[in-house]
Each structure stands twice: as structure tokens, then as C-alpha cells.
Write a protein that binds this ligand. Structure first.
Ligand SMILES: [Zn+2]
Length: 264
């Protein structure tokens, strides 16, 4: 998955033309493949090897763009020596989000579960009118993204009358939509494949016990990856090497080196 950057833009915003709605919008086919989306939605419980995922996903995405981070409190972080306010946008309520962006802070991190609807992309695109730079950062393993808004350039004077919006009357750059769709589709595809693998594994007892070992090792690997501790190659001995059925790769349980090929 990629980090997508939107530079500051002069965007014509006509607030009289906003079209409101009674509920949240449906996913748009220009942003996510409808077939994959439907398949994904039929998965009752997506497999995860993470315990307590919220904090750790936040750290994963933050570490793709910042070198240092310190938590000041629940809503404020120091990221590369700048103060950022953290806002949760999990319920698609644009009015609440907009009010949250109007306070004294100059930098914000907006947590979004997914970007599947056109109004959401319009809103993110519109943010580039008020900030020096917007970065969209997606997690590589779960449906989780951060919208990082850096250095407010002018007052955030957007007036939104109600929470659900169907259309912000803004034409979003096609390349941006293409990038987001690519990330969305590959995320859904990976999740579907992984859950198919899980169903297969669950048919065999010996594979299930291997799955527990894999889950444990992948969890350890992911945490080491976030903390940038994954590159201490240990001359891996054969009995440390575990084959991950889930990701179709080999992993050394000692130093956590991943490999598609059995090179050891
Ligand atoms: Zn090793």
C-alpha cells in the first residue's frame, strides 16, 4: 500500500451546492471494485493476527511517514517535533469532523476506517485547500487509514449543516481516485484470499495447530516491523524456519526475517 500526497490546492468550494443525505453514502464503483466489495462483506469475521489492533495500526501508519512520535494524551501527539491533534472519523459524520478541525491546532491526524465513498474522497481533496499538505496513509494489513493534514494555511471556514453528505460538488483529480482504488482493491483481494486460506486450514487439525504458531509469529513480526527491529539476520537455522500458509512465505521465528523462497 502506498502513501498518497496531495499538495495544497486552490479549490472552488460552493457550500450552497452541497447535497445532503439522510444516511451515509454507498461505496462508489470508481473507488472500490463492487464484486470484491460484496465478497469482502460476506466474510463474517475477518482473520487478524493482531491483539488490541487500534493502537498498533495507528503506530504502523504513523511510522511510514514520521521518524519520531510521542503521545502527549489521548488526542494529541508530537510527530517529528510538531503537535498533531488526533480525530476519529469512524462514523462518517462530516459535520462533527468539520467542527473538530476548527480549533486552535495547525496539524491533524484523522483516523478513517476506509475510503470507499465519493463524498469522503471529495472531503479529503477539499482539505488540501486549507493545509500545506495532505497525506493518505493506509495500513498494509487491516482496513485502517490516516489522513495527515499538515500546517493549516488559512481559517477552516467550511460550514456544514448536517452530518451526511451525498455530494460536495467538487471534481476530484482522476489520478488520486485511481491510486485509492488500486489500494482498496488490493486490500480487499488480499483479505479475501487470506480468509479462503483460513477456511482451508480449519479443515485439518494439524494445520490448525500450525496456524496458532503462525499467528503468534506473525504478531511478533508485525510488532518488530513497526519498531524497525526486523533487519537483524541471524544466519537462520532450519529448525527456526516456519512456513506461513497464510502469506505463502517463510519466516524465521528467531530473527523474524521473511522470505518467499526457501533460501536458508
Ligand atoms: Zn533468522
Amino acid at each position: 500500500m502506498s502513501v498518497i500526497i496531495i499538495e495544497n490546492k486552490d479549490i472552488q468550494i460552493n457550500q450552497e451546492n452541497f447535497i445532503y443525505s439522510k444516511s451515509s453514502s454507498r461505496p462508489s464503483r470508481s473507488i472500490v471494485d463492487p464484486e470484491k466489495y460484496i465478497k469482502y462483506k460476506t466474510i463474517k469475521q475477518t482473520f487478524t493476527f493482531l491483539d488490541n489492533s487500534g493502537d498498533i495500526l495507528f503506530m504502523e501508519c504513523i511510522s511510514y511517514v514520521f521518524h519520531t512520535f510521542t503521545k502527549i494524551n489521548e488526542d494529541v501527539y508530537m510527530l517529528d517535533n510538531e503537535t498533531y491533534k488526533i480525530i476519529n472519523f469512524t462514523d462518517n459524520k462530516f459535520k462533527i469532523l468539520t467542527e473538530n478541525l476548527k480549533d486552535k491546532y495547525s496539524n491533524y491526524v484523522i483516523i478513517v476506517k476506509d475510503i470507499y465513498t465519493y463524498p469522503k474522497i471529495q472531503y479529503i481533496y477539499m482539505l488540501s485547500n486549507f493545509f500545506t499538505e495532505i497525506k493518505i496513509v493506509m495500513s498494509q494489513i487491516m482496513s485502517y487509514c490516516l489522513i495527515i493534514c499538515s500546517k493549516k494555511t488559512k481559517n477552516f471556514e467550511l460550514q456544514i449543516k448536517d452530518n451526511y453528505i451525498k455530494d460536495f460538488d467538487i471534481k476530484v483529480d482522476e489520478t488520486l481516485i485511481k491510486y485509492i482504488k488500486k489500494d482498496n482493491d488490493s486490500f480487499l483481494e488480499n483479505t479475501i484470499i487470506m480468509n479462503n486460506n483460513i477456511s482451508d486450514i480449519c479443515k485439518s487439525l494439524s494445520k490448525i495447530s500450525n496456524l496458532n504458531r503462525e499467528t503468534y509469529t506473525l504478531n511478533k513480526y508485525y510488532k518488530a516491523f513497526i519498531n524497525k527491529e526486523c533487519n537483524t539476520y541471524c544466519n537462520c537455522k532450519t529448525n527456526y524456519i516456519l512456513y506461513s500458509n497464510l502469506f505463502q512465505c517463510y519466516i524465521c521465528e528467531n530473527c523474524l526475517v521473511l522470505s518467499r523462497l526457501f533460501l536458508f
